[in-house]
Design a protein. Structure first.
Length: 299
DNA sequence: CTCGACTCCTGCTGGC
DNA sequence: TGCCAGCAGGAGTCGA
């Protein structure tokens, strides 16, 4: 699930739990995710203190006190669980029995709990990813921008560098459908399938339209709604974060209502002159991915 | 360079 | 009820 808003929600959930804390123990439970873990992964993290939780596009960055940066990508199915080592739990003598992770003193993990970080205050952070499209890597703070994952990323859609003018330049002359162009992380960093569909719907732009037809008036409609869709999703994620605190810390997935995504066959929610648009949400496949849109109001 | 197709992995859903 | 094909929110690579 994780697109930019979900990753930002994870970052905000992890920030208070991890900042200033030391990795007392790191458990790497398999040799690889999508890629092999970097050499001496566990050794390089153990004993280090977290100084900062950051995010670039869909990547989490965990900066350490020696200048190293742990890069985390959640892929398609990655999630992070926080088990607070608070007084209540430790007094119960069980770390997180509710999640089925306690087995008579021996540690029992879900088979997709790939990395476990035990912090010095007893908090346990678990990276779980059943499809294993996620990955982790280690680099240095001053080499971060040159990292292969970061080097060619376009601007952050919530940052100052992202604007209608940027879309004008980035989409100029591109014959690919605008849907595919917006999924290209070199053009905008952090959009995924869901929020591209949602943004195009809000902007009233057909996903099939060639990218080269966007610069100008359509870019002026599109750039602000991209920002708006992401900001709203982050707010929704923030509210779901509070819920997760109560249900014990699963980060990375939250309920959100979409206008077009996964609504094939349902009525379009666009209102024109206080009347529904009357269109029906359709689904097409572009570059191997489902696109949801309203053929009536997206042109 | 640009673009689309294909690929990695596991689990869930929906149709028979 | 059971089985299996199809599909899933990412992104790198390959070949045209």
């Amino acid at each position: 699930m994780p697109e930019l808003p979900e990753v930002e929600t994870v970052r905000r959930g992890l920030e208070p739990a991890m900042t200033g804390r030391r990795f007392a123990r790191v458990l790497q439970r398999r040799p690889d995710l999508r890629f092999p873990f970097p050499p001496r992964f566990v050794a390089r993290l153990t004993g280090r203190t977290v100084t900062r939780l950051g995010r670039r596009a869909k990547y989490l960055t965990v900066t350490l006190d020696d200048g190293a940066v742990l890069i985390v990508h959640l892929g398609m199915s990655g999630r992070i669980l926080i088990h607070p080592g608070d007084g209540v739990r430790t007094q119960l003598g069980s770390f997180h029995q509710d999640a089925g992770h306690q087995d008579g003193g021996a540690e029992a993990f879900d088979k997709h709990d790939h990395v476990v970080f035990d912090l010095d205050d007893g908090t346990r952070i678990i990276f779980n990813d059943h499809r294993r499209f996620g990955f982790m890597d280690l680099t240095d703070e001053d080499a971060l921008d040159a990292h292969p994952a970061f080097a060619r990323l376009g601007p952050e859609p919530l940052g100052n560098a992202f604007s209608a003018a940027h879309l004008d330049t980035a989409l100029m002359g591109k014959r690919t459908p605008v849907k595919a162009a917006l999924l290209d992380q070199r053009i905008v960093a952090g959009l995924g399938n869901i929020y591209v569909c949602e943004a195009l719907w809000r902007a009233g732009i057909s996903p099939r339209r060639q990218a080269l037809s966007i610069p100008g008036i359509r870019a002026q409609r599109l750039a602000p709604v991209i920002r708006q869709v992401l900001e709203e999703a982050i707010v929704a994620g923030g509210s779901s974060l509070r819920d997760y605190r109560h249900t014990d810390g699963e980060l990375g997935y939250f309920q959100h209502s979409f206008a077009v995504y996964d609504r094939e066959g349902e009525p379009c929610r666009t209102q024109k002159d206080e009347k529904p648009c009357g269109g029906t949400i359709g689904r097409i496949v572009q570059a191997g991915r489902s696109t949801f849109f309203c053929p009536r109001c997206q042109r």
